[in-house]
Design a protein around this ligand. Sequence first.
Ligand code: PGA
Length: 260
Amino acid sequence: MNYTRKQIIAGNWKMYKNQAEAKAFLLKFLPQLHGDRVLWLDEQQRDRVPDIVLCAPFTKLQFLSETLVLSPQNLVLGAQNIHWADEGPFTGEISGQMLNEYNVRYVIVGHSERRLNFCDTDETVCKRLQAAQSHNITPILCVGETKLQREAGLAEEVLTSQLTNSLKGIDLGNLVVAYEPIWAIGTGDTCDAREANRILKHIRTVLQSDRITLLYGGSVKPDNIDELMEQPEIDGVLVGGASLDPDSFARIVNFHLPRP
Ligand code: PGA
């Protein structure tokens, strides 16, 4: 298997932002990126620059794909769902072929909001992962436990079962896994950085790979990004609420730069 860990800072816009709001976001966000230097790097050096991913609603994919062509090369487009068929009578779904039209590079799969509200299971998650990989889109597989499961001491067991069931037949070479404890999503209750690190270590053990890219997600903000990114197992983050504000998200993607 020929793959290595990559830093990824991904924003999940969920079902937010109309056209005017997306434009206003970019107007404030893009000037805060320092990615213009990326243009001068060779391919190997570019691999070491973090990928900044905007996982946008479907209605924003065309606009963003046209706009991001002109922006720094490490700012790329992500989607929030993918169906396993290329086309068919699947009202409300979207296919890999359709995402390919907009140069979508990443797709979130198995987010707890989809598992809880839209009946995604480990089986459908597995099919979506396969579809993404077959269209050369890197899936970001989300796994995480509820508060009750954590309190019952079942966190590792739940994660192990989600990973083993959804990764049957999946190529670990084109996959990112995000640990997103459900109790930390949208609650402001971030998982302690060292605990997130410990859980990611567990995920590496289950996957039997120390080269897979692992993210943490759940109430990531400008004031906890530094501590999270200092952890040796955390390669990046998946950011919900704080990715909607251009200044917050810019501070998060620029975590490696000195604070103003
Ligand atoms: P949050 O969302 O950052 O608002 O907690 C994270 C996510 O749902 O991916």
